[in-house]
Ligand binder design. Sequence first.
Ligand SMILES: NC(=O)c1ccc[n+]([C@@H]2O[C@H](COP(=O)([O-])OP(=O)(O)OC[C@H]3O[C@@H](n4cnc5c(N)ncnc54)[C@H](O)[C@@H]3O)[C@@H](O)[C@H]2O)c1
Length: 279
Amino acid sequence: MKNMRQDNDNKKMRVGLVGSGYMGKAHAIAYRNAMAAFAIPQNLLQCDMLADATPELAQSKALELGFSRSTGDWKSLINDPDIDVVDICAPNFLHKEIALAAISAGKSVYSEKPLALNASDAKEMTEAAERAGVKTLVGFNYVKNPTMQFAKQLIARGDIGDVVHFRGVFNEDYLADANLPFSWRLQKQFAGTGALNDLASHLVQLATHLVAPITSLCADLKVVHQHRPLAQNSDDSNTGVGEVENDDQAHMMVRFANGAQGTLEASRIAWGRKKWFVI
Ligand SMILES: NC(=O)c1ccc[n+]([C@@H]2O[C@H](COP(=O)([O-])OP(=O)(O)OC[C@H]3O[C@@H](n4cnc5c(N)ncnc54)[C@H](O)[C@@H]3O)[C@@H](O)[C@H]2O)c1
């Protein structure tokens, strides 16, 4: 960001946001407040266009989140010559198609994690971005936390000796109540895996960043709450149940390239203490 300031104080980065649910809102708030935390020019980040599943939803969210324009078709956002950065906060199954289209259009791409539904799709996306030479970022936000950057410095300086073990826990309770309704997150075709993709992906990225690449592992995944109610009708009558297709809990024993061992644990149904890490 500092370099950009030095390069050109008048430069604008016009952001096109695709998906304005939980994380889209978080990104929009961050764009508005980035100036308070980073040394960037006043009007560098412009919240320009917002795309969502329908024109009506996109329009109301654009008003709410401070975007100038909206569309119910993400392709028109990507084809708009004024958009510099495509920020993908849509459900997981859309990341690949949107990112590949944005890369072809020469845009910078900021995609939420998990990058794709599987490793081969993620590799295809990475290679396309490398070939096109566009700037990319995946939403692994925890690695940017100052405590994690400090941990990285301590390790690099040798202050804590050789790292021989990493233990990471990423527990959440957003589906701990078994009566919470069915959603796209619980279906393989839309989300891929469950807690593994959604939460353990952050742990894998952090462990890789702090320790070394993971070279081998064994893992155990489990669906605990196998059925959840579908969305209710307006008269509160239930419309049935949906079958949960992906893991509520994911446990891994891993080995790192430097010989260290590790255990990683993620859950989306855990009451009590949330995320923590030990090295
Ligand atoms: N980095 C993190 O810590 C973090 C946290 C939460 C979510 N996420 C990621 O963010 C992404 C979104 O998750 P969320 O919790 O915001 O989900 P969400 O269901 O709250 O929001 C998804 C949004 O995408 C929109 N959408 C659906 N189909 C669309 C289409 N065809 N075109 C445009 N928009 C469409 C939905 O209407 C909704 O606004 C996921 O990939 C998730 O893994 C990351």
